[in-house]
Design a protein. Structure first.
Length: 368
């Protein structure tokens, strides 16, 4: 295996040729259950030069997971139990806790968002944070983030550091007047959970979502490395070269994207999210009635519309995630009551690859 890695001239990790990825994916896919969905998913991975991933389909209370490819550069096969970063799918967990706190009478979603101590000055409401209509700039699009990563990929992060990346950056628009996807919005929601519930946002997610749904694999690693059994992150270059990335701490994403877990547990979450299992009927109606056109933000993830911590792609509702070596998708199809999760251990030229895979495999998923 040829090894050469680079980041501004530094040797970081091993590069894998597209031919090697093809061989590894093909060699490991044979052990997975063979049916049209698994075969089409493995082919999609190979076509995109993604080392590994899994697709999970849940209906009628049963989940089937189809792993494919490899979890690391040594060729360890992806299994049902391999963990992946969920990235921005985390936002749907956090927004659900916010809705639960509103159900409990603890939060008023139409009140100004309490941002004291963050350095973020905004008149946006809690609702406008969750619906990406606050105008608060995203810390993840600021040049300072790249500078800090280059300085030390393995650094620990605090929310204060993330907020500070937007110092001096003006609001994108008057709150409530447009749409722009911002990771800062959900980090602020995490802090609102902290101050209003008496629990940190990871603790609140665990007690209010993970434990009731028995999502035992889902974890927020914070400033430590992800648990053993987590797939390594990779980057696919435009020429098909696949480079292993350093493991960036989950705290760099915080409430906007820090959760890890399996494909199977993500499919169970997609079902609960889409069906409104853990919130009141009124809150689920609110979540699904505040759709915003995403076209004002050309850099937005691939959604037709975005609601209260949830997106719509065709007839599917849920969330996607992408960043620094991982991509994920958790979607629910209300008409057929089918949930699907896709997790990948690579980012690359197509930042919406899981959504495009869903479109490609939709007929097989629904008719399988």
């Amino acid at each position: 295996m040829t090894r050469h890695t680079r980041y501004r001239g530094r040797m970081l990790a091993g590069a894998i040729t597209a031919a090697t990825v093809t061989a590894l994916v093909s060699g490991c896919s044979a052990a997975a259950p063979s049916n049209p969905v698994s075969e089409a998913f493995a082919a999609a991975l190979e076509s995109a030069s993604v080392p590994g991933g899994a697709i999970a389909i849940r209906r009628d209370g049963a989940t089937t997971v189809y792993p494919a490819g490899v979890a690391d550069a040594s060729g360890t096969p992806v299994t049902d139990n391999t963990l992946f970063a969920y990235r921005s799918v985390t936002k749907s967990f956090v927004a659900t806790v916010v809705l639960q706190l509103a159900d409990d009478g603890i939060l008023d979603l139409d009140a100004p968002a309490p941002t004291a101590g963050t350095g973020i000055e905004t008149a946006a409401t809690i609702d406008e944070l969750a619906t990406m209509t606050s105008g608060v700039p995203s810390y993840s699009t600021q040049a300072g983030l790249v500078d800090l990563l280059v300085e030390d990929w393995t650094r620990s992060w605090t929310d204060t550091t993330l907020y500070g990346l937007t110092d001096g950056v003006p609001e994108e628009f008057v709150p409530g007047t447009s749409y722009e996807y911002s990771n800062t919005n959900t980090v602020l929601l995490g802090q609102i959970i902290d101050t209003s519930s008496g629990l940190s946002w990871p603790e609140a997610v665990a007690s209010r979502i993970l434990e009731p749904l028995q999502l035992a694999s889902v974890v927020y690693p914070g400033n430590v490395l992800p648990p053993e059994g987590t797939a390594a992150p990779f980057q696919v270059d435009a020429d098909g070269t696949v480079e292993e990335l350093p493991a960036v701490r989950a705290s760099a994403f915080s409430a906007a994207g820090g959760l890890f877990g399996t494909a199977g547990d993500l499919a169970a979450w997609a079902e609960a999210l889409g069906a409104g299992t853990l919130v009141s009927d009124a809150s689920q109606e609110r979540r699904l009635s505040e759709w915003r056109d995403t076209s004002p933000d050309p850099a937005s993830p691939f959604y037709d519309e975005y609601g209260f911590g949830i997106g719509r792609i065709g007839d599917w509702i849920g969330h996607t995630g992408n960043g620094l070596g991982y991509q994920a998708l958790a979607m629910y199809h209300p008409e057929s009551q089918t949930a699907v999760a896709i997790v990948l251990n690579a980012t690359g030229p197509d930042s919406d690859l899981p959504a495009h895979m869903l479109e490609q495999l939709e007929e097989l998923i629904l008719n399988g």
